[in-house]
Ligand binder design. Structure first.
Ligand SMILES: [Zn+2]
Length: 564
């Protein structure tokens, strides 16, 4: 064994090395080399550790060594292809010495190129890297010969045709008098996953880009919550229908006009009202939102206008209503069509006189409130049915803005989805690379009965369900798909289970063909029998029938045939 591990003469390798000062080049075989100062390499190593941290620095340096080792492995074949495999393998350690990395002494080597089995141990003395590390940082806590380990791993991996990872069992950078390395196929190391990462593409830029995205999302969220003016991040959309509504909102923001927002449930009426408030001169004042449909009818008056002590049993203290709390700002009344008729009269008085009366109060109070109302019902129809006061409608409907439903602004779905993705990724601390094309296609073609609110819910669920670092896939958005059935997008662009879709298509083709049910059954039975080579049990299995059931059906077909 020991005899095997002694080096063959290295003349063949020394002859590969050619200095050509005339042309300013150094060559190792056909590969151009360069002579560097270890002090310069050492400085680069130090800068890397300081600027990107030890983990990324280690990865970059390991990969550099790995690339050198891989290239040197070519010389094993070209110089010693005719010698023993051991002699061929030892090209690596011998070249490593020739290149000045360290003095390498083989301790143990056992490999089989055919099966990929590998186990090797080597001793390094005079590692330039251990020396450089100790000079820059003093004693290291963990082995530090990263370029050298990369070289040993790269050389051996190329030689063996599979990833072989070397680790140091002791290192001169940690105070030992030499370094010792052991190499195994990566999967034989208990920390294989961690080891692999030192050989993979550096993902530092990706990490920085992802962090940058998160910061941008946070900044947008914070800005849209604080900045006056209708900021870009607050309302997202570029479709003509959306832009029209947005332009109307922008023009109303600077004025005192009473705005009525209409549109289906979930289109984002409160978001529009909030944007209007923030774009208005009242932005510094309060924004108070009330959903008239969510409050019980007997509480809504006290809630809106406030209560004077003793107004009714249980009114022990006076308290202000939402109108007073919105003083100097904006009051948003959602689903104003649900306001009871007596309160409609009271609301009308506020609009006419700018005064409110608390429940049980003797006198009126002045309030300075901009009113924004919203409805998802047809107020004209409510007027003709006697459920809404016509005079109030005139007062509220001075400046109507209709917010289009999401299905009428499909061009906005993708930017909205991406905006929401950034928002919810930041909220749930998820780093996701985006929404898959198939999932996006399904979003664009969905009907959106719940409008933007439904989209928000879907994206938030997708962000939670998608794996960290991954993509939001179709099943993360629509997880109620039946298990085992792949969803697809139908010809009409709707989400549909793939199997049912093809079954439906098959049925449609049969119907179109004009084939009768009876004739279809007859042909189906015949085909199954034919495919089973006349074996009725086999044919029955294909059809999901028992043998007697099949025999009965065949008999019936035969009888009908003879009748005809
Ligand atoms: Zn070392």
């Amino acid at each position: 064994m020991e005899a095997k591990l002694s080096y063959p003469p290295n003349a063949d390798l020394r002859h590969l090395l050619r200095f050509d000062p005339e042309s300013g080049t150094i060559w190792l075989g056909e590969r151009r080399m360069v002579l560097l100062h270890t002090a310069a390499l050492s400085g680069l190593r130090q800068d890397l550790i300081h600027s990107v941290g030890p983990v990324h620095a280690r990865r970059l340096l390991t990969r550099m060594g790995y690339a050198s080792g891989r290239r040197d492995a070519e010389f094993a074949r070209t110089t010693r292809g005719a010698l023993s495999l051991d002699a061929a393998f030892l090209v690596g350690p011998q070249l490593h010495m020739l290149e000045g990395a360290a003095c390498v002494t083989p301790v143990q080597l056992d490999f089989d190129a055919a099966t990929g089995r590998f186990s090797g141990e080597f001793r390094w003395d005079n590692s330039w890297e251990a020396h450089a590390h100790r000079q820059a940082f003093g004693l290291a806590e963990t082995p530090a010969c990263w370029v050298l380990l990369g070289y040993a791993s790269g050389y051996t991996s190329a030689f063996m045709g599979r990833l072989i990872v070397f680790k140091e069992t002791c290192c001169a950078a940690c105070g030992a008098d030499h370094c010792q390395i052991v190499g195994r196929p990566v999967d034989e190391w208990p920390d294989a996953a961690e080891q692999r990462q030192y050989f993979e593409d550096d993902s530092l830029l990706d990490t920085i880009a992802a962090l940058n995205d998160q910061v941008q999302a946070l900044v947008t969220t914070i800005e849209s919550a604080r900045e006056p003016g209708i900021s870009a991040g607050m309302l997202v959309g570029a479709s003509p229908a959306f832009q029209e509504a947005h332009a109307l909102l922008n023009r109303a923001a600077a004025t005192q006009v009473t705005v009525l927002l209409t549109g289906e449930t979930g289109v984002g009426k409160e978001r529009f009202a909030r944007a209007l408030h923030q774009g208005s001169p009242r932005a510094a004042g309060p924004f108070i939102a009330v959903n008239c449909a969510a409050l019980p009818a007997d509480l809504i008056e006290a809630e809106l206008f406030g209560v004077e002590r003793g107004a009714y049993t249980g009114a022990h203290v006076s308290r202000s209503g939402r109108f007073e709390r919105a003083d100097g700002g904006t009051l948003f009344l959602d689903e104003v069509g649900d306001l009871p008729l007596p309160l409609q009269a009271k609301l009308l008085r506020v609009l006419q006189d700018g005064e409110i009366e608390r429940l049980g109060a003797e006198t009126a109070r002045k309030v300075n409130v901009r009113l924004v109302t919203a409805t998802n019902v047809d107020l004209e129809a409510a007027v003709s049915q006697g459920r809404f006061r016509r005079d109030l409608l005139y007062r509220l409907n001075v400046y109507p803005i209709c917010i289009p439903p999401l299905r009428e602004r499909t061009a906005d779905i993708e930017p909205l989805a991406n905006h929401l993705l950034a928002r919810f990724s930041a909220l749930h601390q998820k780093r996701l690379s985006g929404i898959s094309e198939r999932a996006m296609q399904a979003l664009v073609h969905h009907d959106w009965p719940g409008n933007v609110r439904e989209l928000e819910n879907l994206i938030e669920r997708g962000v939670i369900l998608a794996p960290q670092g991954g993509t939001i896939e179709l099943e993360h958005l629509f997880p109620h798909q039946p298990p085992g059935i792949q969803a697809t997008v139908s010809a009409r662009g709707r989400l549909a289970p793939m199997r049912a879709d093809s079954e439906q298509a098959l049925c449609a083709r049969i119907l179109d063909s004009g084939l009768s049910l009876e004739s279809l059954e007859s042909q189906l039975l015949d085909l199954a029998v034919e495919r089973a080579g006349g074996n009725l049990s086999g044919a029955a299995r294909q059809l999901g029938l028992t043998r007697p059931q099949l025999a009965y059906r065949l008999k019936r077909q035969e009888d009908k045939g003879s009748e005809a």
